[in-house]
Design a binder for this molecule. Sequence first.
Ligand code: PLP
Length: 406
Amino acid sequence: MTTAIPPVVKPSSQAIVDLDREYVLQNYGRYPLALVRGKGCCVYDPEGRRYLDFIAGIGVNAFGHAHPRILKVIREQAGLMIHCSNLYYNQYQGPLAKRLAEISGLQRTFFANTGTEAMEGVLKMARAHGHSIHPDKYEIISLENSFHGRTLGALSITGQPKYRSDFEPLLPGVKFVPANDIPALEAAFSERTAGMVVEMIQGEGGVLPLTPEFAAKARELADRYNALLIADEIQCGVGRPGTWFAYQRSHPVILPDVVTAAKPLGAGIPLGVIIANEKSAAAIQPGQHGTTFGGGPLACRVALEALDIMEELLPSIERVGGYFHVTLNELARKHSFVKEVRGFGLMLGVELTLPGKQIVLDAMAEGLLINCTHDTVLRFLPPYIVTEKEVDQVVKVLGKLFAKVK
Ligand code: PLP
């Protein structure tokens, strides 16, 4: 007797949303859209509608969707070994750590799973570094308007009250300084400073680059007070700015002691890293830190492939990003409610004098995915494979929407 195979049921957008509302913790203010598949720079909803994806999973999907080289290594490695824990060595951590050392100018990698987890580890590294010098050397300097993640440690160094206020008190010993304010930075540093954390381009803060003068002063003060200079490159790094890391855009390069990275590194497979120089790495002793999942063979092998693809794409990120910047500036000149176009490479923001939420929703209705950060900044984090032609499509949609703004 044969049993009939039940048909594959494809849920509608509404069914997906309804089930989420009933059973999923309602901690996200999601857009009213469900996505089921993607190809290149486009994604599709269950009803088959196509969207040009210029937010790329908040900067994660570096090669868009279903990139053949990424699919190939995922398939191969999933058939061999996905996870083996850090009780044992796996053959991909070493090569990936070597590659990260080469591209960053630093030495040693700790493998985590997310950006926030990398930030937690780096806070422990800074504290351990400080303690190795003096028990009172535990202070961290961070920037106002920054974002470093949602766990208690990462929130403690996040300089935006809206993320923090419901969870206080947070870690003691954190000082916030306004970005690009050199006198405030000088006043904040002391012998008690164990580390300073910066985003070279503040992402959630509204795509705001640090000035090279401020970054250079942070380097100088960190050296003077033997504190670790930590660059959070989770959003602004790993190819997105057109260089491997945003700190490499200044001449001469302002090399931090430690870098954290995540988002695009695993091309969609969760992976976060801390890349440290020998001095910072020496602060962490065996047994002081660890993770079950971090640095598994699947994630590390995919990241190695991702870095190879990115290396080929760096010139195109710079070229298409530059074209996008210029085209956005041309559009901005036609509309008085556009204050500024900012960013580097394929991390761009358009600051408006009004809230951007409705423009994001209207763009979605036109088949374009972007988002809005800091209420008034339209943010673009497209995949690295994006072309000038796709940029033209985006700017055309924006032009149409901007023309309707009252
Ligand atoms: N740091 C920065 C600069 C970020 O933009 C983010 C996320 O947006 C994080 C840290 C947290 O990373 P994750 O969401 O992977 O934990």
